[in-house]
Design a protein around this ligand. Structure first.
Ligand code: FNR
Length: 389
């Protein structure tokens, strides 16, 4: 096994192990992928201020997100089809997150169901909701998340219609993969993945199959999204869902100060500044670039979290120092999962933790909760984009 020192190492192994269709599903952005690329490259525009001769002993990355203790302020983002990246993927990632002391968020579009993950973990996880047209299904899945004792609902607002990823269409993405010649040829080179898949009975969208009535082929994520996701989702509906849920609510996919104010008016517990990892509106700004103005608008009214583009502990440090209370990783943990299962997710978390801890020390901080903008150096290229009059 090669020595793993960074997230990129996990990505290389992941690419070799997992069928091309699922690698492409993860490693794509919408259309030209500009936003996908800038989510990461914009972090490079922020530099860190080195400080020396500061006592570095007794450091801590422990913090809180929405009042819950976390060993570092990094949660696992909801990722659809995680159980296709590795057999039982959601269960393994949830177990790794639990052992590490960080939150795991289960996607509505997961392979393992809410009940599967609840049965395999001992602490509450978070549940991410996509709003469907079918009210009965919606009420049912919220109730199931309550029954499973999920400790937060993460309501995603930026995917009522689907941004196009060219490769998913060309690959005919589905769960499980269809037995076409092209797929069979590719799968024949991924026997490690295949053997594990044969050992599990979890190979379809188990939050949906058997729970939603009168739906046709659920195997195609894209078709199902187009048919079932409710394009009428608006702030009134968000308020209704808040009422139905009654617990901690995090709104995901906010990228604009005006929307952030609406979210704060609604009284949610946190927002996630996110462009869905560059998978929805191509041409949207990176999350880290809009973070300052969103903090300015609502930072004193609720917790502001961020995702999209985080690949290292240094990225985490930059977002937290800027003022985010927590961040989420999507692809970074999927690389680990696809490469090495549960152990790989732990590895991804360890890599990021170490980078965060050491970089924090070299900036002259001992406690992640003390990080502030004084350690950030920002040049003119990070300037604000102006809204056109
Ligand atoms: C996602 N994301 C996502 N978000 C969500 O709310 N529900 C979902 O089912 C999914 N599915 C999904 C699949 C894949 C393959 C990816 C890569 C992402 C978005 C995810 O929660 C998060 O916003 C991004 O992944 C963050 O960007 P990075 O960390 O991947 O750059």
């Amino acid at each position: 096994m090669p020595v793993i020192t960074e997230i990129e190492d996990l990505k290389r192994i992941y690419r070799r192990r997992v069928p091309k269709m699922f690698y492409d599903y993860c490693e794509s952005g919408s259309w030209t992928e500009q936003t996908f690329r800038e989510n990461s490259s914009d972090f490079d525009l922020i530099r860190l201020r080195q400080r020396v001769a500061v006592n570095m002993d007794g450091r801590t990355t422990a913090s809180q997100m929405i009042g819950q203790d976390v060993s570092m302020p990094v949660a696992l983002a909801p990722v659809g089809m995680t159980g296709m990246q590795h057999a039982d993927g959601e269960i393994l990632a949830a177990q790794a997150a639990e052992a590490f002391g960080v939150p795991f968020t289960l996607s509505t579009m997961s392979i393992c169901s809410i009940e599967d993950v609840a049965a395999a973990t001992t602490k509450p996880f978070w549940f991410q909701l996509y709003v469907m047209r079918d009210q009965e299904f919606l009420e049912g899945i919220i109730q199931r998340a309550k029954d499973a004792k999920c400790s937060a609902l993460v309501l995603t607002l930026d995917l009522q219609v689907l941004g196009q990823r060219h490769k998913d269409l060309k690959n005919g993405l589905s769960a499980p993969p269809k037995p076409t010649l092209k797929n069979m040829l590719n799968l024949s080179t991924k026997w490690g993945w295949g053997m594990e898949m044969l050992r599990t009975d979890k190979r379809e969208f188990r939050n949906i199959v058997g729970h939603a009535k009168g739906v046709g082929d659920v195997s195609s994520l894209m078709d199902w999204t187009a048919q079932q996701f409710d394009p009428r989702l608006d702030w009134d509906k968000v308020a209704q869902i808040k009422e139905m849920w009654g617990g901690k609510l995090i709104l995901k996919g906010i990228l604009d100060a005006e929307d952030a104010r609406r979210a704060a008016d609604l009284g949610c517990d946190a927002i996630i500044v996110s462009n869905h990892g560059g998978r929805q509106l191509d041409g949207a700004l990176s999350s880290i670039r809009v973070l300052p103005e969103i903090l300015e608008a609502v930072g004193d009214r609720m917790e502001v979290h961020l995702d999209s583009g985080i690949r290292s502990g240094q990225d985490v440090l930059k977002a937290i120092a800027m003022g985010a209370r927590g961040v989420y990783i999507g692809r970074a943990f999927i690389y680990g999962l696809g490469a090495m299962g549960r152990e790989g997710v732990t590895k991804a978390l360890e890599v990021i933790h170490k980078e965060l801890d050491v970089s924090m020390a070299l900036c002259g901080y001992r406690d992640v909760k003390d990080l502030d903008r004084k350690c950030l150096l920002i040049g003119p290229e990070f300037a604000r984009y102006q809204q056109m009059a």
